[in-house]
Design a protein. Sequence first.
Length: 328
Amino acid sequence: MVQPLKEPNKISAHEVTDPAIYFNRRNFIRAGILAAGAVATGLAYRRLNPVGTGGVKTAPIEGLTAAATNGATGFSVAEAETSFEDITHYNNFYEFSTDKEGVAPAAANFDTKGWQVSVEGLVRKPRVFDLGDLLKISPPEERIYRMRCVEAWSMVIPWAGFSLSKLLDVVEPLGEAKYVAFETLLDPKRMPGQRSDVLKWPYVEGLRMDEAMHPLTLLASGLYGRALPPQDGAPLRLVIPWKYGFKGIKSIVKIKLVAAQPRTSWNEYASNEYGFYANVNPHVDHPRWSQATEQRIGESGRRPTLMFNGYAEQVAQLYAGMDLRANF
Ligand SMILES: Nc1nc2c(c(=O)[nH]1)N[C@H]1C(S)=C(S)[C@@H](COP(=O)(O)O)O[C@H]1N2
Ligand SMILES: [Mo]
């Protein structure tokens, strides 16, 4: 979304570099490292030796296991994982920078000590969780999901976390709760991008209750077997793999169960371009670009975008009977 927000004369050279060219250059640089890594893939290896950490040092996540699927599918895609280097150096996180490569350096010293998350609203047991207590609700699982940004690039990311439903169960939602509203930290001292009015702060997002309770909806605290780096939304973010990336709100401090559809940041910014649902849909183009194909970061060429980002089998029934063109 960066380029459309800026005057042409404010776009720096690297922002207009085609992602394919940019990443092929970087792939070339790390080809040697990857060749060594390819013979020793797997959770244990990655946990100890994330490929190309690029100076990102976060704690390993203890007790990480594969998702307990109970026969359900979609928790792990069999597609090449995007490198740790790309996942942590090509970011959208406007609280730090609107420049994708500028986010990692701007967020490097983001301090999450003492982090708390308030879970409130239409629940029987509202509670302010210390992060450590929240993370004890359920064991961390590795979930390998596709991630499709509305800007038509994509990645495959091995997240760590557990289903949001586990947290919601703890606070006991009331029958009147129909939606869940999420908020990012508001603190312009620690998040310098909030001193600009590029978006209205804090960043807010929302889901319908059944979307929030879907087992694929992930409360993520890590990636590649380590705690989330700041640029990816430390210490806690949302990941909804069948929706455009902007629904995956980062650095969450508040989760509120509500009766009415909550406001969401990008919808408020441009409601004709970014809907509340934001389900990945190759048949509904963005007003200014096609959504039919995408650039998988680290690959050359484009691949077709899949309905619900390839998770139709798991989630299409949530939208049965809805007009997906009107509810985009
Ligand atoms: N608080 C907050 N959350 C955010 C964003 C943001 O700017 N601020 N950007 C969103 C967008 S547009 C995308 S594509 C993903 C990017 O996640 P990643 O940088 O970890 O790949 O985060 C989403 N969550
Ligand atoms: Mo995005």
